[in-house]
Design a protein around this ligand. Structure first.
Ligand SMILES: [Zn+2]
Length: 274
């Protein structure tokens, strides 16, 4: 439900609550309290006789009488106020957890996210993507029984003349996966897929395969030879492996979403109990 509609839906309940709770009414007339509580820039209630022409459009047109005062309610709500508004309703017991679940259920039906749809979705999406990617990387990094140590790494660097396998630079070399470890390219954390790289090339190469990143065929061939020597056979276009990893990826994403939903519910429940 959009924040504006959410507020309007609860106006009668809030009015009733304030009718019985003078302190709550005073709080909602107080701009600072409303700023702290909801993040809004206008008080929830404003007395009608204090609303001038300039302020007029910041308030819904309907006038209510609460505790003998004629007031209007601010319309200056944005999606980021969604959470704090619900928290207020819960903390004042204007709604209870069941009401919230009902709101949640309605929300799901309309396929909207109840918590800050605009603000959080992108971040949440990233977090879920990250956990899924992490799993894929973890699987790919642990395929096979191969182990390697510092000596192996020194030998690898020596093979590349202690220089960047891509540009030849000799400064601060780091381990670089010639074929990136992700579910599209299926690189693995095996010695034959690790080449020395300068930091610049490592950043520049990003998620590209070594043979897509490099133009120099001699360098590409040299890396291929190295892979052969270390008995590294890239998974390459292995549809079966890819399909299995895709499955793992989706599964983690579902698990992440489920636990986010559970924890979101919990945080509201705790709010209600305090
Ligand atoms: Zn380089």
């Amino acid at each position: 439900m959009k924040i504006g509609k959410l507020v309007k839906t609860h106006i009668e309940k809030i009015n009733l609550f304030c009718e019985n709770e003078e302190s709550a009414f005073k709080e909602l007339l107080n701009p600072e309290y409303c700023k702290d509580t909801f993040g809004i820039n206008y008080p929830f209630y404003e007395e009608v006789n204090l609303i001038d022409d300039k302020l007029h459009r910041r308030y819904y047109t309907t006038t209510y009488t609460v505790r003998g005062k004629a007031v209007r309610i601010t319309n200056h709500w944005f999606p980021e106020h969604h959470d704090s508004f619900l928290k207020y309703l819960l903390s004042k017991k204007i709604i209870n957890y069941k009401d919230l679940e009902q709101l949640n259920a309605n929300e799901q039906e309309t396929k909207h996210c109840i918590r800050n749809p605009r603000k959080n979705t992108r971040y949440k999406g990233n977090a879920i993507g990250n956990s899924s990617n992490l799993l894929v990387r973890n699987i790919l990094s642990n395929l096979g029984l191969e182990q390697f140590n510092k000596d192996d790494w020194l030998k690898t660097k020596k093979y590349f003349d202690n220089s960047c396998a891509y540009c030849g630079n000799k400064d601060s070399l780091i381990m670089e996966h010639a074929i990136p470890i992700n579910k599209e390219l299926l690189g693995e954390h095996k010695l034959g897929n690790i080449v020395p790289s300068c930091k610049k090339c490592n950043v520049k190469k990003g998620n590209k395969r070594f043979d897509n990143f490099l133009d120099d065929n001699k360098k590409i061939e040299y890396i291929r030879q190295y892979m052969d020597e270390k008995n590294y056979v890239p998974l390459g276009d292995n549809e079966q492996v890819r399909a299995i990893l895709e499955m793992a990826y989706e599964e983690v994403s579902i698990v992440s979403k489920r636990y986010i939903a559970i924890l979101n519910g919990l945080s509201y429940k705790q709010q209600e109990n305090t």
